[in-house]
Structures are given as C-alpha cells and as structure tokens.
Design a protein around this ligand. Structure first.
Ligand code: IPM
Ligand code: MG
Length: 374
C-alpha cells in the first residue's frame, strides 16, 4: 500500500483544532482511497519556544526526512512579533527552498463574498508568490538607530535563478490550465527588480508559446482582482506583493476560513509545506469557533502533491459541499463546531456523497502532475 510520511506542526492558537479536524478527514480519505500516512506530531510554536527556546532550526534535520509538512498556525501574544514568523515559517520556506507559494483563489458555490454579483464561474485563479527572496530576506541596516536621525534601509533581493524557477513553475501551471499568465509587479517604480522579473517572464514565455502573457501593476491588481477576477488564470508575483494580494484574494473568495496554500519545493531537495493562509487567531482559540475548511483544503493540496489526486479532488468537493450549507464562514454563526465540520466532510468522503458536487478540480490535479514531473 502507498504510504506517505507526514510531519504535523499544529502550532499555536486555533492551529491544533483545525489540524485535528483535518486529520479526521485524512482518516476517511485513507480508507476510501487505499493509501496510508505515517504521521508524526511536532510541538513547534510559541509554547515550545517559551519553554525551551527552540525554533525551526532545531528541527530542520529531522523534518527534512518527511514527504510533506502539514502546518496549522503560528503566533502568540506572549511572544514578540517577528520571532515565530521569522524563526519558524520564513525560516522553513527558505531552508527547505519552498520556492513557490501557490495560493488558489476560488469562490466555492454558495459561499458569500463581499463582492457584488460575483459567482464561482468568474473566480477561479491561482496566485504564485515567490517565497524565498524579495523583501523577506531581511537584508538591510539602520544607522543612528533610536534617534531622530535614524536611517533605515530595507532591501529587496531578487536573483535570476530565484525568479526563473518560480516563473517557470507558474508557466507550467498556466499551460495546464486556461493558458494565461499575468506578471504582477511595480516595474514603473521598482525599475531594477522590475526589469529582472520582466526579462525572466519574456524569456520563459518563449518556451510556452501557447500561454498568453500580460502584465498588471500591483496597485491596479488591487482594483482588478475584486472586480474582474475572471481576467486572471495564473498570476506570478514577488514575495511581498504576493503576501498582500493574496489577503485581498482571500476576501474575494469569502474570507480566511477558506483561503489555503502550498509552499512548494520544486526540485525535490526538501519537503513542501501546506498551510491555511489564516493566522493563529488567539482570541477564539480552544473554543471550536474556527472554520477548519482552509486547513482541510491545504490537506487536499498536500495529497494532490503526493500523487493522491483522487483523494485530493474528493476532499475539495466534500469541503465545498459542506461550506455551501454553512450560514456563515466563521464563529458561532457557522452553526457547527470546528470538529463537526471536519466530521461532516469526512462523512461525505466515506459515503461517496462528495461526488454530487461537480467542481472542476484542475488545481489539485495540476499539483499532482507537477510533483510527479520533478
Ligand atoms: C503569509 C503570512 C506570513 C507572510 C507571515 C505570518 C510571516 O502573512 O503566509 O501570508 O508574511 O508570508
Ligand atoms: Mg500574509
């Protein structure tokens, strides 16, 4: 039987609750689709840091041995901002060379969106965010720190190789989808990095003659993405722009309860990591008020990536069927607890009723194909 080695990092706040709901779904998917996972929990996060000072670095060698990493959420008011983010999430993305942060923006049927007159047919795109460079490398310096003369320089690092690999991935993805790729940047102001990005896109475009290419400035993207998402198929962008526009994308698709992501290592040299876009929401932690759908969709992306495309597609459909019936996407108004949502989705997989909902599952299939190709 196929077996996948998974590291589970539930983390802080609502992380453990949403991961536990996702594991109920994973149990059902394993039974239904004939594969197994060997799962190992790791207590990486605020409590571990406060007790022992350990961050990602201490676990790096061990985590390297897994087929994939399933991540809950990170962040805790007891720890100063930046320590867990930089010391765990960003460190993992960089050390494991998770070059592409793939964030599908999909409006599922029946999910309320704040954008008037939007429907699921018009909103199905993927944002591919460069994940290891840009402003996130923390390059910079400050002089006269703490005085009125303080001068802070914060640089953005863009390498040809780093840009090229994520742009190639985005083209491959577009080529398997609707064959349209949009570069999102600010080439009219950030001219140095902008030139590199545009040159790489032009170069790679030669290898994908069937993919139509266009360009949108990041500020204009904030205008077009909510109003005309159908304009986009695959959007490729740098680390910081990608961070910002994917939160906007999450709003368009109905909120952080459904927004999910894959952090892909593209050359097989280290595991990829799968996580909901939401944070640890400490204000509602431990109360079963969080919507686990984003984490469950991250599970679908992980299984697609591991070559379990049928299970991935079933999980996505079952999740879509359950969230279509929720009166609200988060909090008490959801009408179901975090674990009840997981159980409903698991039941749909076990009894086969997920198949009732027709969805075009291009995304999970594409991830599976690309993984097989590396
Ligand atoms: C995200 C988050 C992270 C980021 C934070 C938590 C460091 O906002 O995954 O989008 O900025 O990348
Ligand atoms: Mg973000």
């Amino acid at each position: 039987m196929r077996e996948h080695k998974i590291a589970l990092l539930p983390g802080d706040g609502i992380g453990p609750e949403v991961v536990s709901a996702a594991l109920t779904v994973l149990d059902a998917a394993e039974k239904e689709f004939g594969f197994k996972t060997a799962r190992q929990h790791y207590d990486i996060g605020a409590t571990e840091y406060l007790n022992t000072g350990r961050l990602f670095h201490e676990f790096e060698d061990e985590l390297r041995g897994y087929d994939a990493i399933f991540f809950g959420a990170m962040g805790d008011p007891r720890v100063a901002p930046g320590i867990l983010e930089r010391g765990i999430i960003l460190e993992m993305r960089q050390r494991f060379d998770q070059a592409a942060n793939v964030r599908p923006i999909r409006l599922y049927p029946g999910v309320p969106t704040p954008i008037a007159d939007l429907n699921p047919e018009r909103c199905e795109l993927v944002i591919v965010r460069e994940n290891t460079e840009g402003s996130y490398v923390a390059a910079g310096s400050s002089v006269h720190t703490g005085t009125k003369q303080e001068t802070a320089m914060q640089e953005s690092l863009n390498t040809y190789a780093g840009t090229r690999r994520v742009v190639e991935y985005a083209f491959k993805l577009a080529n398997k989808r609707r064959k349209k790729l949009t570069l999102c940047h600010k080439t009219n102001v950030l001219v140095t990095a902008g030139k590199l990005w545009q040159r790489v896109v032009d170069e790679v475009a030669q290898e994908f003659p069937e993919v139509a290419v266009d360009y949108v400035h990041v500020d204009a993207m904030c205008f077009h993405l909510p109003l005309t998402p159908e304009r986009f198929d695959v959007v490729v962008t740098d680390n910081l722009f990608g961070d910002i526009i994917t939160d906007l994308g999450a709003v368009v698709q109905g909120g952080l309860g459904v927004a999910t992501s894959a952090n892909l290592n593209l050359d097989g040299s280290a595991p990829s990591m799968f996580e909901a876009i939401h944070g640890s929401a400490p204000d509602i932690a431990g109360q079963q008020l969080a919507n686990p759908s984003a984490a469950i969709l991250a599970l679908a992306l992980m299984l697609g990536h591991l070559g379990e495309g049928a299970a991935a597609a079933a999980i996505e459909r079952a999740t879509a069927a359950v969230i279509a019936k929720l009166p609200a996407l988060a909090g008490k108004e959801m009408g179901l607890t975090t674990s009840e949502i997981g159980e409903r989705i698991a039941t749909k997989i076990a009894d086969g009723s997920y198949a009732e909902l027709e969805l075009d599952n291009q995304l999970v299939q594409t991830l599976a194909e690309i993984r097989v190709g590396v």
